[in-house]
Design a protein around this ligand. Sequence first.
Ligand SMILES: Cc1cc2nc3c(=O)[nH]c(=O)nc-3n(C[C@H](O)[C@H](O)[C@H](O)COP(=O)(O)O)c2cc1C
Length: 177
Amino acid sequence: MNEVIKVLCERRSTRSYSEEQIPLNILNEILKCGTYAPSGMGKQSAVIVVIRNKKIIEDIEKINRSFINNNENFHPFYKAPTLLVVLADKNINTYIEDGSAVIINILNAAYSLGVNSCWIHRARETFETKYGKELLKKWGLNENYIGIGNVVLGYRNVEMPKPSKRKENYIIFDEKE
Ligand SMILES: Cc1cc2nc3c(=O)[nH]c(=O)nc-3n(C[C@H](O)[C@H](O)[C@H](O)COP(=O)(O)O)c2cc1C
């Protein structure tokens, strides 16, 4: 297996992190790979917001949790030290796919550099709230930007999870080779 195939098949979502922060040079490499994701007509409709301030991560996490439950013992960002929010401009009709492609590049680039990650849902809902809209403003983004997904990044303090079995008939050939 070459290194790229290995990364693509062996990356797994991590749900428990140490407090160790990712060095900026490594984070920048990961972010660069996000920006090189494919996008519809090359329009690059997505943006990546990087949050390393613990208080702001916790505030966004609180909103994220409010869409699932109000159990304060549940940490939907798993106490990871870095949070990325990927948003994309809804005026570009491939914005959801564009943002998703950015996230996938980030997850795989991170793993290739020894950084663990997890894609976390409910970014759309988060940036429809009053606080979410205030953050958009702070980041210089208008309300055309829709949350596509959150990515938490850091170093795991648990075993690497095993992949679930791939389902039957995942791949369908139109004609037998
Ligand atoms: C669109 C999307 C949303 C996801 N949202 C969450 C989430 O909110 N919380 C979480 O722990 N994992 C989330 N995940 C991660 C999936 O649960 C994970 O990718 C899946 O269980 C397969 O595991 P693997 O990534 O280790 O292969 C999400 C993944 C995708 C693609």
